[in-house]
Every structure is written in structure tokens, then in C-alpha cells.
Write a protein that binds this ligand. Structure first.
Ligand code: SAH
Length: 212
């Protein structure tokens, strides 16, 4: 795809997301300005601006643009300074967030995906992202606390470490469940937590334990 064709395809994608109910103008602007094709293998770039999840190798997927936009909107509503993402994957969600928040930390358990994602963000001149190769079920204790944590893989239950690493009033956006998954927004109030169901979703599983 030529640079102009991909720029206009990204604008069209953003317009479709607006029709699907995404309302935050900053999120829509950044989706319109970010070349999603950079986050895909050559053979799939013709599908880069479709509103679908796509394979990125190692059995993983780049999330559907609608859900990337929705989760980003939920994070931004809390005006966060420091955000943690679990599941770097292709780096697309990280690239969107990095353009909208001051500091992003992101954790991935598959080394090859992490290396590619780091290169892509550098190529886009996004330098406010710290990458960690590790088990995101444990969060990133050295960098905590976070104003928002976004998990881009489905957990069988809410990892306790992530709750502990939230700032007071911080939010955790996380898909929970196995076959049937719900996107949850959990907010910390001191030592109490409140939880809201956002919508039904379909993510690859959040692995608990060993690194790949
Ligand atoms: N945010 C990504 C979505 C990638 S799919 C994107 O925009 O492309 C989910 C990712 O979570 C996969 O790359 C998978 O390897 C990773 N993952 C699964 N369990 C994990 C864990 N415990 N710690 C860190 N990453 C994990």
C-alpha cells in the first residue's frame, strides 16, 4: 500500500470506529494517524485497516481496532500519567497509548514479539515506552504504582499483583474468563475495589507462569 493509500485507509478506519460508538476525539485522531500495517507481516498488510483481529505469529493476535480504541478510551477517562500494558504483542495498542499518555510500561512473555514491537515504536519515533520481557501476571513491581493498567489477553481470574500495583483511584482494564469473556473495569479506592462490566470480548489467554 502506498503511504497515501494507507493514510486514507486509517482515516476511514477511524470513521468506522466513530460509527461503532467510539467518542473520544483524541483516540479517533491517533487511530487515524497510526499506520497499523507496520504492525503486521507483509502478507497481511492488505487487511491492516479492517476492523478485525489478525495473526501476528507465535499463536498470538493483534487486537481488533474497535477494542483497542475502546480500551484506550477507558484508560484516558482517568487522565493517567503512568500506564502499564500487559501483552505487548505487535505493539499496536502500545503505539496508540504512547501517543496519548506521558509514560507507558509494557510487558510481553514472548521475546521475538517484544523485539519486533520495540523496533516498530522506535521507527514511529515513540520514545516514552519501557519494555519488559517477563510474566505480566506479576505486573512490573519496580515501576509501580500505575494510574491505569490495561491487560490485552484474557485472564482466568484477576491477578492480585495488578490490583496491588494500582495507584489509589487507579483503574485496571482487563478481559476475564475462558470461553466466555467479559471486559472489566476495576477501580481502586484505598484498600477497596469496585468493578464494572464493560462488554463481552474475545482475547487470547493470559498465560500464568513460565516464560515462552
Ligand atoms: N496488545 C497487543 C495484543 C497482543 S495479543 C497488540 O496490540 O498487538 C496478547 C499478548 O499477550 C500476546 O503477545 C501474548 O504473548 C501476551 N501474553 C500472554 N500472557 C502473558 C503474560 N503472562 N505476560 C506477558 N504477556 C503475555
Amino acid at each position: 500500500m502506498s503511504r497515501m493509500a494507507s493514510a486514507s485507509a486509517a482515516i476511514q478506519l477511524s470513521q468506522r470506529l466513530a460509527q461503532s460508538g467510539i467518542t473520544d476525539p483524541d483516540v479517533l485522531r491517533v487511530i487515524a494517524q497510526t499506520p497499523r500495517e507496520l504492525f503486521l507481516d507483509g502478507a497481511l498488510t492488505h487487511k491492516a485497516y479492517e476492523n478485525t483481529a489478525l495473526p501476528i505469529g507465535s499463536g498470538q493476535t493483534i487486537s481488533q481496532p474497535y477494542i483497542v480504541a475502546r480500551m484506550t478510551e477507558l484508560v484516558l477517562a482517568h487522565r493517567p500519567t503512568q500506564v502499564l500494558e500487559i501483552g505487548t504483542g505487535s505493539g499496536y495498542q502500545a503505539a496508540i497509548l504512547a501517543q496519548l499518555v506521558p509514560q507507558l510500561c509494557t510487558v510481553e512473555r514472548i521475546k521475538s514479539l517484544q523485539i519486533q514491537a520495540r523496533q516498530r515504536l522506535k521507527r514511529l519515533d515513540l520514545h516514552n515506552v519501557s519494555f519488559k520481557y517477563g510474566d505480566g501476571w506479576k505486573g512490573w513491581a519496580n515501576r509501580a504504582p500505575f494510574d491505569a493498567i490495561i491487560v490485552t489477553a484474557a485472564a482466568s481470574e484477576i491477578p492480585n499483583a495488578l490490583l496491588q500495583q494500582l495507584n489509589d483511584n487507579g483503574v485496571l482494564i482487563i478481559p476475564v474468563g475462558d470461553d466466555s469473556q467479559q471486559l472489566l473495569k476495576v477501580q481502586r479506592h484505598g484498600e477497596q475495589y469496585s468493578s464494572t462490566v464493560i462488554e463481552a470480548v474475545k482475547f487470547v489467554p493470559l498465560i500464568n507462569g513460565d516464560l515462552a
